[in-house]
Write a protein that binds this ligand. Structure first.
Ligand SMILES: [Ca+2]
Length: 409
């Protein structure tokens, strides 16, 4: 069978799976059963401007090689680099956090982290190293926190104490997503430090209807990007500080499930959110703006049912780009390194559905070209980060998940 035919067939199969998005797109269960063929595209609405979807295919001239740094991670989720080039790696369902050397030696799980609700899309998610780690030893992480009446995303911080049994000391929970609701889905969970000293946290809308309807409401954290200080207090210049009934941590609203976030060369925040069928989105996130979910958007329910009356609405932002068919985004890196000069400024996004690493060539904040790289074979790519030397590091979403490194060949 010719590769193009095979890939079309695979695309059809992957489009079909997701009756329950949990199972097919982003669950810990990677099984992707095939079902009957579906339309190649699902969005009932045309794009708002040329190039908003289906950008021309581009091909890298740069050749790369992939080496395995370490393996044996149970559905790993995130990587963060320590100043000495060692890495922190999270395991989603177990709540385990490891230190991994550049040579691949793995520490025992770091002790002292709080328990997680590791079902479905919850668990231990992102990890970030404090900008002043060299002196503070502080790390930050997101996780689904079990609560008396359900669960919710939380942000923990603590000092990393090394030794034969590394551990977290001076544990503090600096943010709790409110209200509490019982859902194991749409956790969001990316952390991004901004050079102004604040910390962005991306939050999902919990998937179930009582959560979804709160995604644009300022009284709820669901479906928001929030911006906090590293001690958990609220920056005075947040957009809704002082507004009656608004949660002051909110920075942007109207998101579905933001799984990827990164700063560009101008320190602007970009995010990619898992949308409905035919509606994964790339957004440039700005203070106080409303990104529309669930009122507007491209795509439809995974059952095929319509969601929106329109893809556009007053006071609501258009995505810079959307994917139809979806990619099921995971992590994201905006390349700034020296190893791959051709890729400078390109956006790299892990794709769970296509088992690919998506490369976007950007120009004037529009997508000029798109490439699907396959550095992990047929594994789902959960995370992509740029290492200190300019290599790209990946995690595969598998029961025996791997930490991979891409370098020029
Ligand atoms: Ca949107």
């Amino acid at each position: 069978m010719r590769p193009s035919v095979l890939s079309s067939l695979l695309t059809c199969v992957m489009l079909l799976l997701p009756e329950r998005e949990a199972r097919a797109r982003d669950a810990t269960n990677p099984s992707e059963p095939g079902v009957a063929p579906a339309a190649a595209t699902a969005s009932p609405f045309p794009p708002a401007f040329p190039g908003q979807t289906n950008a021309p295919a581009v091909t890298s001239q740069t050749r790369f090689q992939v080496t395995q740094v370490a393996s044996g991670f149970k559905y790993p989720w995130a990587i963060a680099f320590l100043p000495d080039r060692r890495m922190l790696v999270t395991e989603k369902p177990t709540g385990n956090l490891f230190i991994v050397t550049p040579e691949g030696a793995k520490s025992p799980p770091i002790a002292g982290l709080p328990p997680v609700d590791g079902r479905d899309q919850g668990g231990l998610l992102d990890v970030e190293v404090a900008p002043d780690f060299a002196t503070s030893r502080l790390i930050y992480w997101t996780y689904y926190e079990p609560r008396a009446a359900g669960n919710g995303l939380a942000v923990g911080k603590g000092k990393l104490k090394e030794g034969a049994q590394p551990r977290i000391e001076a544990l503090r929970i600096i943010f709790r997503m409110k209200p509490t609701l019982d859902s194991t889905m749409h956790a969001g969970g990316r952390l991004v430090f901004h050079p102004d000293g604040t910390l962005f946290v991306t939050l999902g809308e919990r998937s179930i209807l009582p959560g979804r309807v709160q995604a644009r409401q300022l009284s709820s954290h669901f479906g928001k990007t929030v911006r906090i200080n590293p001690d958990g207090t609220v920056p005075a210049d947040n957009p809704f500080v002082g507004r009656v009934g608004a949660r002051p941590e909110i920075y942007s609203r109207g998101h579905r499930n933001v799984l990827a976030a990164a700063l560009d060369g101008q320190n602007r925040l970009w995010e990619v959110e898992m949308g409905p069928l035919g509606g994964d989105e790339l957004n440039l996130v700005e203070s106080g703006k409303d990104y529309g979910w669930p009122t507007i958007g491209y795509g439809r329910e995974y059952s095929g049912a319509p969601i929106h009356d329109s893809a556009q609405g007053p006071g609501m932002e258009q995505p810079v780009y959307f994917w139809d068919p979806v990619i099921a985004p995971s992590g994201m890196a905006i390349y700034s390194g020296k190893l791959f000069p051709e890729w400078k400024g390109n956006f790299f996004i892990g794709a769970l559905a296509g088992h690919a690493l998506v490369r976007l060539v950007m120009k004037n904040d529009r997508v000029q070209g798109e490439e699907r790289l396959k550095p992990a074979g047929n594994a789902r790519i959960r995370e992509v980060v740029e290492g200190p030397e300019g290599a790209l590091y990946l995690l595969t979403d598998e029961p025996n998940g791997r930490l991979l490194k891409m370098t020029p060949r």
